[in-house]
Design a protein around this ligand. Structure first.
Ligand code: HEC
Length: 114
């Protein structure tokens, strides 16, 4: 049992259907073709004017879920976000939304150490 847990920890990406890790998806995407959110939205989801990707840190999880559901249905967003939203399973969408909403809103004095 312990060996199985270790083996799972060593997997480079979360390919597991159950309990997806929102942070993993944010940083590394998923195995279904979703690109890493951080690549466009910034390492701390602070947004990136160069890619035109808005800030996601600290948004309510329900708002992120709503955006992604709309994108997945082809409404709103650009083609890339539509593709990404479609590549996320429902549990992955919930996990990444929960992770993003848990991030501190950047530009606050407490998070400006780097
Ligand atoms: C290739 C670059 C790119 C990647 C990768 C990317 N995004 Fe985006 N995202 C964008 C851009 C650009 C927009 C703005 C789209 C628009 O308004 O048409 C956006 C918009 C959004 C929005 C709407 C936010 C708002 O306030 O309008 C959400 C939510 C979002 N992305 C979530 C994600 C998540 C979650 C991931 C990772 C699974 C991700 N994005 C990966 C580029 C990207």
């Amino acid at each position: 049992m312990r060996r199985l847990a270790l083996a799972l920890c060593l997997l480079p990406t979360t390919a597991l259907a159950a309990a997806p890790d929102g942070r993993q998806i944010f940083l590394h995407g998923n195995t279904n073709g979703a690109l890493p959110c951080a690549a466009c939205h910034g390492q701390n989801a602070e947004g990136n004017s160069a890619t035109g990707a808005p800030k996601l840190a600290g948004l309510p999880a329900t708002a992120i879920e709503t955006y992604l559901a709309l994108f997945a249905s082809g409404q709103g967003g650009n083609a890339t976000m539509q593709f990404i939203a479609q590549a996320l399973s429902k549990p992955e969408t919930l996990a990444v939304a929960a992770y993003l909403s848990s991030l501190p809103t950047t530009n606050s004095p407490a998070s400006s150490t780097n």
